[in-house]
Design a protein around this ligand. Structure first.
Ligand code: GTP
Ligand code: SPV
Ligand code: MN
Length: 550
């Protein structure tokens, strides 16, 4: 790859065994418009997915794939997702003609013999990928849930090409999960250790580029001695009910494919430490000493090449030096605070589920749902600002229920029903919360310092689960009292905390109206239980705006 110009070797002393890959400028993010779920019937996939009839998709893709690998090396990559001895693990095989994809797959999943051993006569997910000619107008990422097959052409970008990740672990797995009674979610999984040594496991669903990796690799701030966060997953969780009806989560993946910009010794020293060796960087900038550079990492070096290899001068060159969606790929085993439970074949028991995402306005820093149905509504109502992780405009509000809009392989209304079905199947349902670290002040700056300080929010969540932390009841749910958030040592004005926790009822009524329209667009299969929950929320908001302010 170095000889072919696919990889540039980085400084061996400062970044041993690390490489830079510069992608085609038209191939820098997930291509949602080129992503299809292919089934017999359009109704299977609902209005939030692109659909193609399976027959038509097969015919189209077989034609496009014809002869596409001639003269190239084809890599056959058998992989296992999940702990090797877990009943929940799955095997897949990806064929690809991209050495870059093959190298990344070795980091993201357990590949090789181990997969063949795990197969033991069971089935496996089939993935076929070709770089093609990287023509965006003929790009297709097609999923065939009925055949457990993915076909991907004309993109080498992570989520489009590392087929174990979003294609297998979420789009196909979500369909299997519905049929088999479990959940495949776009969620981080962490163990939060308190000063008594008790570890509480929580999952968090936030859309792409909205803080999952950073929260899962959070280093506690100085003022929270005795607390720690252990990572199990930074992106995907497979959740099964155990014999006692408890939610248990495993991470199907074995590596991180995560956002570089704004990662620094200040924002996240644990990530910075991890990526110093055996890492593939994609579309970051390059310093003259052959170390990687990106916006937010620290001072701008004298000489810099941008993500396309052009000389870049601060203040003069247009755009950013690193692509806003530049990423690194690193093995999870290189992460120093990996949970000792990462390989537990049964997964970790989940006490709380958190929904989140980028909302510069409206959504409070943290609040808790009243019950499961209300929490499912909270997830279904998730509407967030888009990011550079997918091609298209950034910062536009869109509905991204449970952070699964781009990843649910079937009708989203059925998906909500599936979530609701756990009410009767589990006696130990996790509590559901929503968080928002991205609320902004009038000056356009984040009100909340985020990153390590997010542990303040996690602490409140853990203590709510233990029945310890105080809250006020608002129409939205339970919001922390100003004193129940441990902000000592944070140096944040009380007025800012008040603003972060404020529930703006008038603006929430508008939000509910937009959710109503979204739910209506989902057709008749949309749950009556969620309609009732929405109307209860509306009533609570109406009643309280005429009475007491909270
Ligand atoms: P995907 O890999 O796309 O699923 O993203 P993710 O949800 O794992 O997001 P990640 O943690 O990589 O963060 C995305 C961007 O948001 C990075 O630039 C982070 O530095 C930044 N970010 C993460 N957490 C915070 C936070 O608490 N506050 C602020 N202001 N930025 C954050
Ligand atoms: C995301 O976009 O949610 C990611 C990166 O985690 S990708 O693997 O490209 O989907
Ligand atoms: Mn993701």
């Amino acid at each position: 790859m170095i000889a072919d110009g696919i990889l540039i070797k980085l400084n061996e002393e400062k970044y041993p065994n690390c490489y830079l890959h510069r992608s085609d400028p038209n191939d820098v993010a997930r291509s949602e418009e080129a992503t299809f779920i292919c089934t017999e019937n359009r109704d299977h996939v609902g209005p939030t997915n692109n659909w193609m009839a399976s027959d038509e998709a097969h015919a189209k893709l077989l034609k496009l794939f014809d002869s596409c690998m001639i003269g190239r090396t084809m890599y056959v990559i058998p992989y296992v997702l999940g702990p090797v001895n877990s009943p929940y693990s799955q095997v897949g095989v990806e064929l690809t003609d991209s050495p870059y994809v093959a190298a990344n797959m070795r980091i993201m999943a357990k590949v090789g013999k181990v997969a063949l051993e795990h197969l033991k006569g069971g089935g496996f997910v089939k993935g076929v990928h070709s770089t093609g000619v990287l023509d965006p107008s003929n790009r297709y990422i097609c999923h065939f849930p009925d055949e457990k097959l993915v076909m991907s052409l004309n993109s080498n970008y992570g989520g489009n090409a590392l087929l174990s990740k979003k294609c297998h672990s979420l789009r196909l797995a979500s369909v299997m999960a519905r049929d088999e009674g479990w959940l495949a979610e776009h969620m981080l999984v962490i163990g939060i250790e308190d000063p008594d040594g008790k570890v509480t496991y929580v999952t968090g669903a936030f859309p792409s580029a909205s803080g999952k990796t950073n929260l899962s690799m959070l280093k506690p701030p100085e003022y929270m001695k005795g607390w720690n966060v252990w990572a199990i997953s930074d992106d995907i969780a497979w959740i099964h009910l155990d014999s006692e009806g408890r939610f248990r989560a495993i991470n199907p993946e074995s590596g991180f494919f995560a956002v570089a910009p704004n990662t620094s010794l200040e924002t996240n020293p644990r990530i910075m430490e991890m990526v110093k060796k055996n890492t593939i960087f994609t579309n970051v900038a390059l310093s003259s000493d052959k170390t990687p550079w990106w916006e937010g990492i620290g001072e701008h070096p004298r000489k810099l090449w941008d993500w396309q290899g052009k000389v870049w001068t601060a203040g003069k060159s247009a755009g950013s030096a690193a692509h806003p969606n530049s990423r690194f790929t690193t093995s999870i085993h290189q992460y120093a605070s990996l949970s000792p439970e990462y390989n537990n074949p049964n997964g970790v028991p989940i006490t709380a589920i958190i929904f989140g995402g980028r909302r510069s306005e409206l959504v409070p820093l943290v609040y808790e749902s009243f019950n499961w149905e209300h929490g499912v509504l909270m997830g279904a109502m998730l509407r967030v600002e888009t990011t550079a992780a997918a091609a298209g405009e950034v910062g536009v509000l869109r509905n991204d229920p449970m952070a699964m809009k781009p990843f649910c392989g079937y009708h989203i209304a059925d998906y909500f029903n599936h979530w609701l079905s756990f009410r009767s199947r589990s006696g130990k349902l996790p509590k559901i919360f929503q968080i928002n670290a991205f609320r902004m002040g009038r000056d356009g700056r984040f009100l909340w310092p985020g990153y390590s300080h997010n542990l303040v929010v996690l602490k409140w969540i853990v203590e709510r689960c233990m029945g310890k932390a105080e809250a006020v009841e608002t129409p939205l749910g339970y919001v922390p009292t100003a004193t129940s958030l441990y902000t000592e040592g944070m140096n944040i004005p009380e007025t800012t905390i008040d603003e972060l926790l404020r529930v703006d009822k008038v603006a929430w009524m508008d939000e509910l109206e937009s959710s109503r329209l979204f739910f209506e667009s989902l057709g008749e299969g949309f749950s009556t239980v969620l309609w009732q929950e929405l109307s209860k929320l509306m009533d609570r908001l109406r009643e309280s705006s005429s009475a007491n302010r909270v």
